[in-house]
Write a protein that binds this ligand. Sequence first.
Ligand code: DX5
Ligand code: ZN
Length: 227
Amino acid sequence: MLPAGEVRIVPSILAADFGTLALDAGEVAMATDWLHVDIMDGHFVPNISIGPPVVASLRRHSGAFFDCHLMISEPQRYLEAFRRAGASSATVHVEVGGTAKLIEQMRSLSLGVGLACNPDTPFEAVEPFLDRIDLLLVMTVFPGFGGQTFMTEVVPKISAARQAVDRLGLSVAIEVDGGIDMETIGLAADAGARLFVAGSAIFGDERPWEAVERLRALAVGALDRRG
Ligand code: DX5
Ligand code: ZN
């Protein structure tokens, strides 16, 4: 899916203007080739966002890698629809259960396979699946809303994930999502994340593509210092 060590900034369209989604996606296209698409069902999380029809519409205007974060209780019912709509990868939450089966389903649909864990879910819950996934999403806020504050207490879990992935010699990409901005991205990079989802820090900026570049420079800088 991508070299696991590569730094990538992943703009979350949750913070874009849904009325001008294709234009907003275009604003960051020159700075990054990934987009984070937040899907919420009003059940797994207390908010509702978008479904397959909007993903399909956006796909007609964007060639980006669609990193679809499924904050939904019954992903098995919708994975195929998201694939058909143009999802590149799907990330399901370990908290919904049935993880082994969901991973098989995603593989059989040729989706990139992502697994997410909430801030209060221990690393041990995702560890058994590391050898079967492409992407591990460590949530740094409780999912449901953009614009929340990065939870520093999750940093040890990012480090634990990095250590496990390296120890096992796996190429799982470690992604963080929630409260990533110019202040916090270095901390997450230092702990071992390589994919950085950011909504408000990018689309809240007057020049979103420049925000992407600044975030990337900060993440790369933190990694360089780490050596
Ligand atoms: C939260 C979503 C995030 C959100 C991040 O439930 O999963 O992707 O858009 O937004 P910021 O970067 O504003 O915290
Ligand atoms: Zn997300």
